[in-house]
Design a protein around this ligand. Structure first.
Ligand code: ADP
Ligand code: MG
Length: 284
């Protein structure tokens, strides 16, 4: 995969539209519980979760399958309303999805009938920006994700990794303050996945938006994040909040370094002891 070197022009455009977070993207989650269903069928997916994510932070939400990661992420996105508690982004209560909270899903949810360029320009067009501006925004993000050459192709003509880069570009084209990513590289092969991780960090370092990235992969979480939030098994709640003090920029070689291994060991120990605690509490 061609790892894109972002041009100076693209960089300045990204910053002009609010890059480097500009102090935006502060997520505050207070006492959030999410329940699905009613009465005897009620199921608690997220339990009493409170979090403060400062602007520009890269956070990974790490936990086993079914623990409530997507539910929590969808609540930040505004697709799900919490049963109790509140979620605010930059002081505004989240009531519905909005372009300032961009979402990237595991399944490439592109419009198959639109070209790559039109997929990326979709958000700005809906927001009422003129043709020239939409075109300029599309060019900026096509370059940022290294797909300028593929602008006039359709999604099915691209590989999975490329489609996911379009998904990222499409979310960023709205200049969101928060980027929500739900196992975005989960369907990719291991090599493409590593390249995508590095590419995402490059884009983030230019764009500076707050990122909440869901994964069940410990290595992926540590490689990407400033901070790893570990969720318990269902009903999910945050059981560990770990800082990742690895220097940036992060490069793939770091994933085998002694410092990385040390953090991974600590992370796994925390997960183990917290899981054990939860397991014993359940048993009581
Ligand atoms: P994860 O993303 O960590 O795999 P999810 O957030 O998708 O977990 O799901 C957490 C729990 O909530 C699971 O038990 C799942 O079956 C349940 N769940 C998720 N969405 C719904 C829904 N819309 N209706 C009922 N149950 C749901
Ligand atoms: Mg999920």
């Amino acid at each position: 995969m061609n790892v894109q070197v972002v041009s100076l022009e693209t960089r300045s455009k990204a910053k002009r539209f609010g890059g480097k977070s500009g102090g935006r993207g502060h997520i505050q989650i207070k006492g959030v519980t999410v329940r699905f269903g009613h009465g005897a069928d009620a199921h608690q997916a997220v339990r009493e979760t409170s979090l403060d994510i400062p602007p520009g932070q890269f956070v990974c939400l790490l936990g086993p399958s079914g623990c409530g990661k997507s539910t929590l992420l969808n609540s930040i996105a505004g697709y799900i309303m919490p049963s109790t508690g509140s979620i605010q982004v930059d002081g505004e209560a989240v009531k519905e999805p909005g372009p300032e909270r961009g979402m990237v899903f595991q399944q490439y949810s592109l419009f198959p009938w639109k070209t790559i360029r039109d997929n990326i320009a979709f958000g700005p067009k809906v927001a009422g920006r003129g043709y020239a501006e939409c075109s300029s925004i599309a060019n900026t993000f096509l370059e940022m994700v290294g797909l300028t050459r593929f602008a006039d192709k359709y999604p099915t003509e691209l590989s999975g990794g490329m489609q996911q880069r379009v998904g990222i570009a499409r979310a960023l084209a709205n200049y969101p303050s928060v980027l929500l990513m739900d196992e975005p590289f989960g369907a990719l092969d291991a090599q493409t996945r590593l390249m995508m991780q590095e590419n995402l960090l490059k884009i983030w370092s230019e764009f500076g938006t707050t990122v909440v990235f869901v994964t069940h992969d410990v290595d992926e979480a540590i490689f990407l994040a400033d901070r790893v939030l570990v969720m318990s098994a269902s009903p999910g709640s945050i059981i560990a909040d770990l800082a990742v003090p690895l220097p940036r920029p992060r490069v793939l070689d770091m994933a085998t370094s002694p410092d990385f291994m040390e953090i991974k060991k600590e992370c796994l120990e925390q997960i183990r002891s917290e899981s054990l605690k939860a397991f014993e509490e359940q048993d009581r």
